[in-house]
Ligand binder design. Structure first.
Ligand code: PLP
Length: 444
């Protein structure tokens, strides 16, 4: 019998027997099989319909069930499903998508390297930074500065850059050249420290770390504009530009990880410049690049770096890339995704409903268990505490998370409880009415 004809419990049994899920423990547990999606809604295999408060995983930006996307993907698969992108070989969708991305990129970030997703984009950015300093005669610049609570991916290198304590400790990581500084989390600002002093401290911490390592030894600083899965931590105003200044002063590359914030989630295709006022040296992106219809990632690279490498490399090859770099089908999906975003004015829509979403969530602060409600545009986090004044993480956070799932799903909402936080990033086409419904269910 073909698997789609199996009864729900038979499929669940096969899942339990054969499928290893990412980020789960290996004990058998119930699964939820998602069957279809339309707009901001998904439907499970029992036919139960829910608002997708997670956007799949911060990625289904244009919403589910877009026929145009399916058609663009099918047309390219039929025309040229794949060819190697290595060396002199190219394909039309990747050329067109690179040019399109360059037209949106801040400053001179007009060079594009396609990858298979966010982790491989982050790895590529790190390897490119290393290549850059090696070929331009500064091989000592090998150290990387990143932050606690960051999430940069799940390859060996990108996982090593991540900083969430819960993700560390049970798998070996790159050691010696990766250094974490603290996350600029305004909710955890210590008692008695003013907002200005807090910002100064966080910026100073970066500079101190560079000085401690010696700027001649530091290659780059990588930062998400908003620490996404670390808890939607929005740094204080000025943090981005001041940390960039520090990097510039010490000849340290600034890499902005826009895997989540890119493609409209903050109301702009790339948030770095229009929202946070910075032109970094590289931007990593993925997810919303194809709205999750097929996997694709990219690194936007400064033309200045590219030229410096080209002038000094003497034919030595940047030995980095993937079979599926510049994948024609994925790039065709990326082009159609951007066409839809432009045609429907999705970034403008986010700039309009984003503040409404944040304002609608804020009143949850009146609940005795809610310590903080924060976010920007269509990314939000509700953090629950056992003591509002002391901002104490509840010891039973995991059980609370499970209960939130059990209570919200039957009411028609998917959210992402993580530790003591509920994280939300709905499809960007969400309407005010759908936001009201989402918040009402969450409040219940
Ligand atoms: N960078 C950030 C900021 C992310 O949030 C993620 C994934 O959630 C990644 C990188 C890794 O992307 P991927 O899971 O596509 O490899």
């Amino acid at each position: 019998m073909p698997p789609q004809d199996l009864a729900n419990d038979q499929r669940a049994a096969l899942d339990a027997r054969h499928l290893i899920h990412p980020w789960t423990d290996f004990r058998e547990q119930p699964v939820l099989i998602l069957e279809e999606g339309n707009g901001v809604h998904v439907r499970d295999s029992n036919g139960h319909r829910m608002i997708d408060g997670i956007g799949g995983m911060w990625c289904v930006n244009i919403g589910y069930g877009r026929k145009e996307m399916a058609q663009a993907i099918a047309a390219q698969a039929e025309k040229l499903c794949y060819y190697s992108p290595f060396g002199f070989l190219s394909n039309t969708p990747s050329i067109e998508l690179a040019a399109k991305l360059a037209s949106y990129a801040p400053g001179d970030l007009t060079r594009v390297f396609f990858t298979t997703g966010g982790s491989t984009a982050v790895d590529t950015a790190m390897r490119l930074a290393s290549f850059y300093f090696n070929v331009t005669g500064r091989p000592g610049k090998r150290h990387i500065i990143t932050r606690d609570l960051a999430y940069h991916g799940s390859t060996h290198l990108s996982a090593s850059l991540s900083g969430k304590p819960s993700d560390r400790g049970l798998i070996d990581l790159v050691e010696g050249t990766i250094h974490h500084i603290s996350a600029p989390n305004p909710y955890r600002r210590p008692e008695g420290v003013s907002a200005e002093a807090f910002l100064d401290q966080k910026v100073q911490e970066l500079e101190d770390k560079i000085l401690e390592l010696g700027s001649e030894n530091v290659a780059c600083f990588i930062a998400e504009p908003i620490l996404a899965s670390g808890g939607v931590i929005v740094p204080p105003a000025g943090y981005h530009s001041r940390t960039l200044e520090v990097c510039r002063r010490h000849d340290v590359l600034y890499i902005s990880d826009e895997v989540v914030t890119g493609f409209g989630r903050n109301g702009a295709i790339f948030a770095s410049e229009p929202v946070y006022g910075i032109v970094p040296d590289m931007i990593t992106c993925a997810k919303g690049l194809t709205s999750g219809y097929v996997p694709l990632g990219a690194v936007m690279v400064s033309d200045r770096l590219y030229r410096q490498i080209a002038e000094t490399t003497e034919g030595r090859i940047f030995a980095n890339g993937f079979t599926y770099s510049s994948h024609p089908v994925a790039c065709a999906a990326g082009l159609k995704n951007l066409e839809i975003m432009e045609r429907e004015g999705i970034c403008a829509h986010v700039r309009e409903v984003g503040p409404y979403f944040q304002a609608a969530l804020k009143p949850l602060m009146d609940s005795p268990i809610v310590g903080d409600v924060r976010g920007s545009h269509l990314m939000a986090c509700v953090e629950y505490v056992s003591d509002k004044n002391a901002r104490t993480v509840p010891p039973q956070a995991w059980q609370i998370a499970q209960r939130i799932i059990r209570e919200t799903m039957p009411r028609g909402l998917m959210v992402r409880p993580m530790g003591s936080m509920v994280i939300m990033s709905p499809p960007l086409i969400i309407t005010r009415a759908e936001i009201d419904e989402l918040v009402a269910i969450l409040r219940e």
